[in-house]
Design a protein around this ligand. Structure first.
Ligand SMILES: *[C@@H]1O[C@H](CO)[C@@H](O)[C@H](O)[C@H]1NC(C)=O
Ligand SMILES: *[C@@H]1O[C@H](CO)[C@@H](O)[C@H](O)[C@H]1NC(C)=O
Ligand SMILES: *[C@@H]1O[C@H](CO)[C@@H](O)[C@H](O)[C@H]1NC(C)=O
Ligand SMILES: *[C@@H]1O[C@H](CO)[C@@H](O)[C@H](O)[C@H]1NC(C)=O
Ligand SMILES: *[C@@H]1O[C@H](CO)[C@@H](O)[C@H](O)[C@H]1NC(C)=O
Ligand SMILES: *[C@@H]1O[C@H](CO)[C@@H](O)[C@H](O)[C@H]1NC(C)=O
Ligand SMILES: *[C@@H]1O[C@H](CO)[C@@H](O)[C@H](O)[C@H]1NC(C)=O
Ligand SMILES: *[C@@H]1O[C@H](CO)[C@@H](O)[C@H](O)[C@H]1NC(C)=O
Ligand SMILES: *[C@@H]1O[C@H](CO)[C@@H](O)[C@H](O)[C@H]1NC(C)=O
Ligand SMILES: *[C@@H]1O[C@H](CO)[C@@H](O)[C@H](O)[C@H]1NC(C)=O
Ligand SMILES: *[C@@H]1O[C@H](CO)[C@@H](O)[C@H](O)[C@H]1NC(C)=O
Ligand SMILES: *[C@@H]1O[C@H](CO)[C@@H](O)[C@H](O)[C@H]1NC(C)=O
Length: 538
């Protein structure tokens, strides 16, 4: 576990008490900023960051609102005051409907602040969809601590879940999403490790207001490095990474100009893989007889070069594939009169998330069914995954590593009223459909006979009318266990339905082989804990 930020952020409070963060008016489109646990109509602009927060109420169905104790509120950003706590249920989820393929920075923040007056910091698991993201272990009751991912959506549904592991009640302070350009970062998932403003002119963490994507940057310097800085403007040009001006205006060079510039990727996990993003700009005024040119290595392996940073223009060098831990070095070429330079760097670890999720059309269908019948079921997260949290009344098949399908829907004795919804036709792999003992009205729809996999259809004890479609009757002669008893207005004459209702229970053992769960996913046990003392401005 790495907690470099705690050790490397200089303690700054007193000397910078007068510095006021400049908040530029910046576009917040693509931002979702939830103040978790705050009242339903909450809507405000946080004073120190300029970020617009709203209540999380619309994004989760469970949990209770609590506030941290007053002594934890001093000098903290407003979004940490309320928390949402989840005393009920093993797993509770946030549900966001976004656009498949979009890439987000996702940040979950936690500040305990003794909100439950038990003085026991809980420990619990954080899930992204069906996959474990990390275990939330908070070092202190304050300040807030964040977990951050860059993640490309595999589905339009994004579920962020908190799982109670028996070590206290899960809670959350804030959930933030920032839409990134799809030309930046990687198409998979990666967890934040470090984002450093090297040889910074400031001493505090900064984020939105300076960074249009609300990435948080930490000042960082070692005694091996010397600072160079400029007050000139630095353009981003076509660089979609858009590193913030504040991070680019300063840079480190080796303190000994004849030495290479080295930066270690610190690792405690020999299996961890890393992505890095280095942001360069020439910020010194070069004389005609001066030049800066260097090559980039990891360990002794040449990666890129020779490279000369561009005068006052930010350029980003990144690894297109992941690397093991090692030493990044920038080594000046024989021609170069100046030592290498590095303005800012970001490091991430690869996260291998299970791609497995229920196919979107089936999620849509089941959610529509839920909303049409006003079902009060504790259906959260993905319907089928993870298998441990399969929605009650559903059963699924997992035929490949990317998608799960609903094979069984049992809504018997659920107080359903109204007709049999067309949405069911999109559950194309349905084998069992049990809608018995409800108050369903209207006809038995034709589309049921087009559900090719259906082997059991139980419509007993409803108020359906009309006649049973001929195709269904036909299928019931060929193995479909069809039951329509107890619908007084449904034509049950021999010409409509064969009297086959006695053997409604045909035990069919579906051989659902959960291929997906045979796929070994290398869980990266590397835990990243990031102290984000964003509340330390004053
Ligand atoms: C990236 O986004 C643009 C516009 O939002 C879209 O046209 C393009 O197809 C996307 N590319 C990828 C690889 O997703
Ligand atoms: C700088 O590095 C060079 C080459 O490694 C070395 O010879 C020299 O002693 C170093 N200077 C200082 C001041 O450390
Ligand atoms: C890497 O680890 C070393 C030794 O623990 C530490 O001195 C150094 O600051 C770390 N570097 C970074 C960039 O975190
Ligand atoms: C760098 O750019 C600035 C502003 O465009 C310009 O004034 C300066 O002459 C340039 N320096 C070099 C070395 O090209
Ligand atoms: C570059 O030129 C300046 C004078 O313009 C001179 O003082 C300096 O020594 C030269 N530097 C190198 C590395 O030649
Ligand atoms: C770099 O060297 C270290 C130490 O020899 C090694 O453990 C590591 O795997 C190397 N990294 C790469 C990317 O080659
Ligand atoms: C050094 O610079 C000269 C002139 O710009 C160039 O011809 C030569 O290839 C360079 N050598 C190296 C090793 O980059
Ligand atoms: C997720 O949110 C959407 C829209 O806010 C809602 O229609 C849907 O029912 C929610 N899904 C779950 C599983 O709660
Ligand atoms: C549906 O659930 C009820 C109890 O909730 C159970 O009796 C019935 O057998 C189930 N139907 C199927 C098809 O599994
Ligand atoms: C039918 O549903 C009602 C509630 O809707 C329930 O009380 C009753 O026990 C159910 N009957 C059977 C046989 O499951
Ligand atoms: C079924 O799914 C398709 C998309 O595959 C969608 O266009 C259609 O509206 C859905 N039908 C129902 C009844 O939900
Ligand atoms: C789901 O299907 C599997 C395989 O047919 C079966 O073993 C399991 O009991 C079913 N689960 C439920 C909740 O019906």
């Amino acid at each position: 576990m790495m907690n470099m930020l705690k050790d490397t952020i200089p303690v700054l409070l007193s000397t910078f008490a007068l510095a006021i963060l400049v908040i530029h008016a910046q576009d917040q489109s693509g931002f979702i900023s939830l103040d978790c646990g705050s009242p339903e109509d909450t809507r405000y602009t946080e004073a120190t960051t300029g970020i617009n927060y709203i209540s999380d109420e619309a994004y989760t169905q469970t949990g209770v609102s609590r506030t941290v104790l007053p002594e934890f509120r001093t000098n903290m950003q407003r979004q940490v005051v309320y928390v949402r706590s989840f005393p009920e249920g093993e797993r509770n989820c946030y549900n966001l409907t976004l656009r498949k393929g979009d890439r987000y920075l996702i940040r979950a923040s936690f500040m305990y602040g003794n909100y439950d007056q038990r003085n026991e910091i809980p420990e619990f698991d954080l899930y992204l969809g069906p996959s474990l993201w990390d275990t939330v272990i908070l070092p202190n009751a304050s300040p807030d601590t964040s977990w951050e991912l860059i993640h490309t959506l595999q589905s339009k549904y994004l579920h962020i879940c908190l799982v109670n592991t028996g070590k206290g009640t899960p809670f959350i302070s804030a959930l933030e999403l920032r839409l990134l350009k799809n030309t930046t970062y990687t198409s998979g998932s990666m967890a934040f490790l470090q984002r450093l403003d090297l040889c910074s002119t400031g001493t505090r963490v900064f984020r939105f207001g300076q960074d249009i994507y609300d990435r948080a940057w930490w000042p960082y310097q070692t005694t091996d490095w010397a600072q160079v800085a400029t007050s000139a403007n630095i353009v981003n040009g076509l660089n979609d990474y858009q590193p913030p001006l504040l991070a680019m205006r300063s840079a480190c060079i080796p303190a000994n100009a004849s030495q290479p510039f080295t930066f270690p990727i610190n690792s405690t996990d020999p299996n961890a893989q890393y992505y890095f993003y280095m942001h360069f700009a020439e910020i010194q005024v070069l004389e005609a007889n001066q030049s800066r040119e260097f090559n980039i290595y990891i360990n002794q392996t040449f990666m890129a070069g020779p490279y000369s940073p561009t005068n006052l223009s930010a350029e980003t060098f990144y690894s297109t594939s992941a690397f093991g831990a090692g030493l990044i070095s920038l080594v000046r070429t024989a021609n170069s009169t100046l030592p290498p330079i590095l303005n800012a760097i970001e490091l991430y670890t690869v996260k291998e998330f299970l791609r497995l999720q229920t196919v979107d059309t089936e999620v849509d269908a089941i959610l529509n069914i839920k909303s049409m019948y006003g079902l009060k079921k504790n259906w959260q997260g993905d319907p089928c995954t993870p298998q441990d949290f399969l929605w009650e009344g559903l059963n699924c098949t997992y035929d490949d590593s990317s998608s799960a399908r609903i094979v069984s829907l049992n809504l018997s004795s659920s107080g359903l009223t109204g007709g049999i919804p067309l949405y069911i036709q999109n559950l194309t792999r349905l084998e069992y459909l049990d809608l018995s003992n409800n108050s369903l009205t209207g006809p038995v729809p034709d589309f049921l006979s087009r559900l090719q996999s259906l082997t059991l259809l139980n419509l007993n004890d409803n108020s359906l009318n009309g006649s049973v479609p001929a195709e269904l009757v036909e299928r019931s002669r060929n193995g479909l266990a069809l039951s329509v008893e107890g619908n007084s207005n449904l034509c049950a004459k021999a010409s409509c339905v064969k009297k086959k209702k006695k053997n409604t229970v045909i035990p069919v053992v579906a051989s659902v082989v959960s291929v997906a769960f045979l796929v070994t996913v290398v869980a990266i046990l590397w835990r990243i804990r990031k102290r984000k003392s964003l509340g330390m401005n004053e």
